[in-house]
Design a protein around this ligand. Structure first.
Ligand code: IVH
Length: 788
């Protein structure tokens, strides 16, 4: 705010700037400022409004947060009814619609007379959300309503105001004094995913699809909930209006856009029904890439005059039609749930369905992901379920129709034994570490413990091992792997390297040349990079990226194999669970044997070397302390401890008093640290981690180390009172440059206290403790000699 500006003026300016940014962002899709700048303006406006509550108006951009919860929605009568659309499911229906429209307008029916008789249509996607009416009076949003039964809807004014891309005030000034905008409020796919993730996290029920989520969010009596949901509007028409509007549908939508209302980016003009058909096909191809769900496209006769002439039939306009995509959701019966065993032994439930056509493809299987999903869906064998197939993804079960559950329905149980090898099935555990302790909770994955003794896992493990991004053994397809395993020739990846010519030749489909080629391909794979090899091992949760990271950071298989989980977590993106997976993979005796055999049989790893200096550098003492998860010791506390003591041993050995000297380390934290290291197992564990980190070539990069060799290294100075020759900050910087630590409190360990005029309690304490005190003159002299 400039000094000449009043708060009211600045508020007006901020609102108009924010509105302009919103317009560019939501309507033009060309953001004009970085988010941070926008947030800054918004914050400033909020602060000003808080100071001047009398200046808050309902159309301020800050007023999108929702208001007091309602007991019920009021009713709204639609003066212009909100109609629905007729549907075209097939091209025939669309051609019929076009023919009827032309007949209705007395236009010559195309085929005979050709182009001149074609109708112009506007084409828009049919968004899958909730239809709304937004009433603007004198440019201000005064009411929002649902469609309801078309003649009466619910008043959701407070809720629509929370939708970010609905302008509370129209732009420009040439809008009709009364303008009722119609459109669809929907939830973009990304927002829907995020909302469902949040619902699951907070124990809420996830929504079946973005449409339900949008409807559920908008029909909340508590508008604060609506405000927290990622809703958006797309305007597609006008209801009431008391002024002149353009005489084409597209013209009207463009006017709405100019007034600040978001319209579809996919809006096009089609000349004749053939171009409508092209549009339908193009949008169908784009469908999965669009950021929102659509269920078809809407064609409207573009000329408003012609629309009027055509009028309505029952509750549907004769001038518009919805051309729907083939349904992606169908209903069928769940015949059974089988369990498949994956590469890492994970047992996944797979739904066997009564075959059903979904969007042109017969579906008889669907994934159920895991047992949590089964529980979430509440699905039982024999149920009638809703299946969805979209794009290339595996069909999914969306939900159950509980009313159709037969009495004979059975619950889904995880088998106690692996369906392939009969080994025990275990539930995976989630590891959490807090307050210095690891705790385990049940995960949603069940695993066959048979590892390579389980044929299913063995086959998948070999298929993975030989795959292109792993050992890249050309010509060793899935079918051959199955044969090799079934014939008992290959019981582990190492056995590939001892296959004989005769053994391969005996396989189905192999002749001399092909056998030789396969053996050559196997031979050619004997020198993989370390990263490829690690990836090829198929450690659970270790993908190509993690394998590369492990190889790059630790440099050798031996180091990776013996790395402790607590050391592995120093690597970016490696969490405790993956760290445990890696560690226990290499602890497993059978795995150790296979790796040994691989090496014995001539597999020679490339690119083994040193620990990467970056990894060495990221291991700090503060990081170690932080990773131990000692109660009340967070990152900053850990840093202070590291700065003060410089080594793990010093911290383990520190007594209570030493700890209490640390600035802002409160009593609770000091006590927790003491208690933690008083436990011998904890101290031992910390020492083992430190030892391994050092063995891997890491050195603590504490400040103390950096300060070594400087004249004031290891000293702690305290500045108090005012200094005349320089600011406190300068004095601090100069001391630090000389290796000293500058602290805010005096203790027996303080080296020197610099006391300027006005020094109080710190000086007294220094005198009490017998700490050296410099006045400013002495301080300057000392600085001069040290800096020389
Ligand atoms: S025009 C008289 N345009 O589809 C014309 N509707 O079945 C009325 N919808 O209730 C609607 N996208 O919720 C129109 N671009 C679009 C639309 C659209 C979605 C919905 C709307 C309406 C329903 C009609």
């Amino acid at each position: 705010m400039t000094s000449a500006q009043t708060a009211a003026e600045r508020i007006a300016e901020l609102r108009s700037d924010i509105d302009a940014h919103n317009y560019r962002y939501y309507v033009l899709d060309e953001p004009s400022v970085p988010d941070a700048e926008y947030d800054r303006l918004f914050k400033e406006l909020k602060a000003l409004e808080a100071e001047h509550p009398e200046l808050v108006t309902p159309d301020s951009p800050t007023q999108r947060v929702g208001g007091a919860a309602l007991a019920a929605f009021g009713q709204v009568r639609h003066e212009v009814p909100m109609l629905s659309l007729g549907n075209a499911f097939e091209e025939r229906d669309l051609i019929d619609f076009d023919r009827r429209a032309r007949e209705g307008l007395d236009l010559p029916t195309g085929d005979l007379l050709g182009e001149g008789a074609e109708l112009e249509y506007s084409c828009e996607p049919k968004l899958d959300g909730l239809a709304v009416s937004l009433l603007y009076e004198n440019g201000r949003l005064v009411r929002g309503a649902t469609r309801g039964d078309g003649s009466t809807g619910e008043d959701i004014s407070t809720n629509v105001r929370t939708v970010r891309n609905i302008p509370l005030k129209l732009h420009g000034s040439d809008w009709p004094a009364v303008l009722e905008v119609r459109g669809e409020i929907y939830m973009p796919k990304a927002g829907f995913e995020a909302l469902n993730a949040r619902q699951l996290e907070t124990g809420g029920k996830p929504f079946a699809n973005p449409r339900n989520a949008a409807a559920g969010s908008l029909r909340q009596l508590d508008s604060k909930i609506t405000a927290s949901r990622p809703l958006e509007l797309c305007a597609y028409g006008v209801g009431r209006s008391d002024g002149d509007l353009p005489d084409t549908h597209i013209g009207i939508l463009e006017a709405l856009k100019k007034w600040g209302l978001p319209i579809s980016r996919e809006l096009r003009l089609a000349k004749g029904v053939e171009q409508c058909r092209d549009y339908f096909r193009d949008i169908g191809e784009k469908r999965d890439a669009l950021p929102y769900e659509i269920d078809g496209v809407v064609f409207k006769v573009n000329s408003v005059g012609q629309q009027r002439e055509l009028g309505f039939r029952a509750r549907e306009p004769r001038w518009a039609i919805a051309h729907k995509f083939a349904a992606r959701e169908e209903v069928t019966e769940l015949l059974d749930v089988e369990f498949q065993v994956g590469r890492t032994g994970a047992i996944t439930p797979v739904a066997r369905l009564k075959p059903v056509q979904v969007a042109g493809v017969t579906v008889s299987n669907a994934t159920l992901h895991n047992m949590d999903e089964v529980a979430r869906l509440g699905v039982m064998i024999g149920d009638t379920v809703i299946v969805r197939r979209a794009g290339d993804v595996i069909p999914q079960i969306l939900g159950v129709i509980p009313e159709r559950r037969p009495e004979s329905a059975r619950e889904v149980h995880v088998p106690e034994q692996c369906p392939v090898c009969g080994s025990a099935v275990e539930r995976t555990q989630l590891i959490k570490r807090s307050k210095g302790r690891e705790s385990f909770s049940e995960g949603s994955i069940y695993r066959c413990v048979g590892r390579l003794a389980c044929q299913a896992q063995l086959k998948q493990a070999i298929i993975h091992f030989v795959s292109r991004r792993a050992m890249d053994i050309d010509g060793l397809g899935d079918k051959i792997v199955e044969q090799l395993v079934d014939a008992g020739l290959v019981g582990s990846p190492a056995d590939l390297y001892s296959l004989s010519f005769e053994q391969v030749l005996a396989l189905e489909g192999f002749a001399e040349v092909s056998s030789r080629n396969l053996l050559k391909a196997i031979d050619d794979s004997r020198m993989p990079s370390l990263a490829r090899f690690i990836f090829a091992l198929g450690i659970p949760d270790v993908g190509e990226g993690t394998a590369k990271l492990l190889a790059r950071a630790l440099g050798s298989l031996d180091r990776i194999a013996c790395a402790l989980p607590d050391v592995l977590v120093y690597l970016p993106d490696i969490g405790l669970e993956v760290a445990h997976e890696i560690h226990s993979f290499f602890q497993d005796e059978h795995n150790q044997l296979v790796i040994r055999q691989l090496r014995e049989r001539g597999v020679e790893l490339q690119e083994e070397g040193d620990v990467h200096p970056e990894f060495a550098a990221c291991a700090t003492l503060a990081g170690l302390l932080d990773n131990l998860n000692i109660p009340f010791i967070a990152a900053t506390g850990a840093q202070r401890l590291a700065d003060r003591f410089g080594s793990l041993e010093a911290i383990i050995g520190a007594d209570w008093l030493d700890l209490r000297q640390i600035e802002r380390l409160n009593e609770k934290a000091a006590r927790a640290l003491r208690d933690y290291f008083d436990e011998p197992a904890n101290a031992a564990r910390a020492r083992v981690i430190e030892a391994q980190l050092k063995e891997f070539g890491m050195h603590w990069q504490s400040e103390r180390k950096a300060a070594e060799g400087l004249p004031l290294a290891g000293q702690t100075w305290v500045l108090t009172g005012t200094l005349e020759a320089m600011s406190r900050d300068e004095a601090k910087a100069r001391l630090e440059a000389l290796g000293a630590k500058v602290s805010g409190s005096v203790s027996a360990k303080t080296s020197v206290v610099v006391a300027g005029p006005g020094a109080g309690s710190k000086l007294i304490k220094a005198n009490e403790l017998g700490v050296a005190v410099d006045d400013e003159a002495a301080f300057l002299k000392r600085l001069a000699s040290l800096e020389a």
